[in-house]
Design a protein around this ligand. Structure first.
Ligand code: ADP
Length: 634
């Protein structure tokens, strides 16, 4: 047997233990012990190998652990800085210190998603803006502060007919048609400094130098730091509107010219009608003052009535013409409502008495003493209503009722009604009677006369005063016409109208009478001579100037329409060249307000329309003569 020393030490120890002192155990066991010894040795080797391997692995593990530790540190600091960044950039997400990477990832995911959506929305908005610009035919352009185009929307290219993309870098000013008026360019340049931006109408050029007009809205554009970086302009082609505007302007000028012509025609017609009427009214008045037999008196009365009717008609037609052309203006003077209506009733009572009708005035005692308004036009309206009431009433009463509806601090609201017990108006005609030339029934003209203009004019005047005429009526029982106006309270005028002097006298006064119409001259001369005035006459403006330069007069009565030199020019020369201040009263057959204004503006002192009523003339003369008290006493 092989020596035991050759066996593995653990086997050798076992053999020693079990076979003490035996050195040879028999060769038949050699192979067996050898195999066991080899197994032990193999086992040792394996163990050594294993130990070695384990040593290596643990070293590797240590290395890996370090790597992982480093990685974790990096991650932690990355998460910390990520958290800080999120806190700074997205403060609305209140991330707390415990939030892990998943929470951060969730926030980031949401943010990225949100941004993507916003981008998508932006694209959609841009598309919509682009669509809107195109469909609204708006061209949009952006340029820098030097006016160099940075961007132009496709519609802008289309409007200006420029090839795509070629506007970039071009000067915006090149698109403006400076040949029109330089003010457009300077206004446009102003937009570079204006802080709010502005809207201008500009004459522009297309690529092919075709001119067109556009409405341009210019606004400043700012960069991220809030500094102005350029401008944006939106243009809208308004060539059509401009052409239409020009056409309308042309039409309006034509219409205004036509209106002027119409006014002139009205003035001329009025002049032509009033001149002979002046003679008829004046002559019949003079004739009435002479000694006449009963038959002659009747003829004169008829003459007076007819001429009076004709005068009303002419005045109505003139009023209609003034209303249609917007030339009817109200006066604002102080007047006494009591006095005015009282006088009106007195005048109309004659007619009422003739028909056996009672004309009553029922007036609210709280009405203020004086008001501001147009007494002449107010009288015209009430006279018309009362005149109609008397005309269409065969028996009974006509009442003029003044009611104070509201008494305010500075004004009063007054209701004026005219109520009669006359024939009444059918319900279906109540609206139309306010129309021009409209009467309730075709037989009215035959039976009662009239033109159907009165109510229309009255209503127009009341409307100018801020009211409207209303009517209640029952056929066979009567009618009530009413309107409400608001008048400002006023104080009694300082200068009371001179009393209608019973003892009319102009003795001692020198009056220059200027008129080219012989009949008018004769008429005025006769009236003035009856009041014992010293009258000198002239038949045109030139003669009047010579007379004024030669002699002293207390008053001049000046016709306006005269050959050689008219009343306007003569007055101008008397006032400015001769520097003479003698009071001048204009005499005219026209009755247009504009003429009155012109007379006053060139230095005339009053204005009377023909036919001249002696009372009116005397009052006007008295107002202007120096020391009229002296005259009244003579
Ligand atoms: P006219 O000159 O015909 O009186 P108006 O315009 O003043 O014109 O009146 C129009 C019509 O209204 C009259 O023709 C008449 O038919 C009717 N009318 C006006 N006032 C009265 C009234 N008080 N009673 C009955 N009918 C009236």
């Amino acid at each position: 047997m092989e020596t035991q020393k050759a066996f593995h030490r653990l086997l050798a120890r076992q053999i020693q233990k079990h076979f003490p002192g035996q050195t040879d155990l028999g060769s038949e066991y050699d192979a067996f012990f050898k195999a066991i010894s080899q197994s032990y040795t193999q086992h040792d080797n394996d163990r050594l190998y294993l130990e070695h391997a384990m040593l290596q692995s643990s070293q590797e593990l240590l290395g890996k652990k370090q790597v992982i530790t480093n990685l974790l540190e990096t991650q932690t600091s990355a998460i910390t800085s990520l958290r800080q960044s999120i806190a700074e950039l997205l403060p609305e997400n209140d991330l707390n210190a415990n939030d892990d990477i998943m929470a951060i990832a969730d926030i980031l995911h949401k943010e990225v998603h949100g941004r993507k959506m916003a981008e998508l929305q932006n694209v959609q908005i841009n598309k919509r803006i682009s669509y809107l610009l195109s469909s609204l035919k708006l061209g949009m352009v952006e340029y820098d502060l030097q006016g160099h185009i940075q961007f132009a929307h496709e519609k802008f290219y289309e409007i200006f007919e420029w090839p795509d993309g070629e506007l970039i870098g071009k000067g915006i000013k090149e698109l403006i048609d400076v040949s029109k008026e330089s003010e457009y360019l300077s206004k446009f340049l102003g937009s570079f400094t204006s802080s709010d931006g502005l809207v201008l109408e500009l004459p522009l050029f297309t690529y092919h130098k075709k001119q067109f007009w556009a409405l341009c809205s210019v606004a400043p554009v700012y960069d991220h730091s809030g500094l102005r970086s350029g401008m944006v302009m939106v243009v809208f082609d308004i060539t059509e509107q401009k052409t239409l505007e020009a056409e309308l302007r042309f039409e309006r000028t034509k219409a205004e010219e036509a209106l002027e012509i119409r006014k002139t025609i009205m003035a001329n017609v009025s002049h032509e009608l009033r001149t002979p009427l002046n003679a008829i009214v004046g002559m019949s008045s003079l004739l009435g003052d002479t000694t006449l037999n009963a038959e002659q008196s009747e003829y004169v009365d008829t003459l007076k009535n007819s001429s009076h009717g004709l005068l009303i008609l002419i005045n109505d037609i003139l009023d209609i013409s003034k209303i249609e052309s917007g030339a009817l203006e109200l006066e604002h003077t102080t007047f006494s409502m009591h006095q005015s209506i009282h006088l009106l009733r007195k005048g109309l009572n004659v007619k009422a008495q003739e028909k056996g009708i009672k004309l009553r005035l029922i007036s609210d005692s709280d009405l203020h003493g004086y008001h501001m308004g147009d007494p002449t036009r107010l009288n015209q309206v009430i006279t018309n209503l009362v005149g109609n009431a008397i005309k269409f009433t065969n028996e009974g009463t006509v009442d003029i009722i003044l009611d104070l509806l509201e008494d305010r601090k500075t004004e009063q609201v007054i209701r004026i009604a005219v109520k009669d017990t006359g024939i009444g108006i059918p319900a279906d005609r109540l609206d139309s009677i306010f129309m021009k030339f409209s009467q309730a029934d075709a037989s009215t003209t035959r039976k009662f006369g009239g033109t159907g203009l009165g109510l229309n004019i009255a209503n127009e005047i009341v409307q100018l005063m801020g009211g409207e005429i209303a009517v209640n009526s029952t056929v066979g029982e009567g009618s009530e016409f009413m309107f409400t106006i608001t008048l400002t309270k006023s104080e009694a005028p300082k200068l009371e109208e001179p009393n209608i002097i019973l003892n009319k006298s102009l003795q001692g006064y020198r009056i220059l009478l200027v008129d080219d119409n012989n009949i008018n001259l004769f008429l005025a001369q006769t009236i003035l001579s009856k009041w014992h005035a010293e009258v000198t006459s002239a038949t045109n403006g030139e003669d009047a100037i010579k007379a004024v330069a030669r002699d002293r007069y207390d008053l001049i009565l000046m016709d306006l329409q005269m050959p050689v030199l008219d009343g306007f020019e003569a007055t101008r020369i008397i006032r400015s060249d001769i520097k003479n201040n003698t009071p001048i009263i204009a005499f005219t057959a026209n009755a247009l307000n504009s003429e009155k204004e012109m007379c006053m503006s060139i230095g005339m002192n009053d204005y009377l329309t023909k036919p001249i009523q002696p009372e009116t003339l005397f009052t006007a003369i008295m107002r202007l003569l120096p020391q009229n008290g002296q005259v009244a006493s003579t």
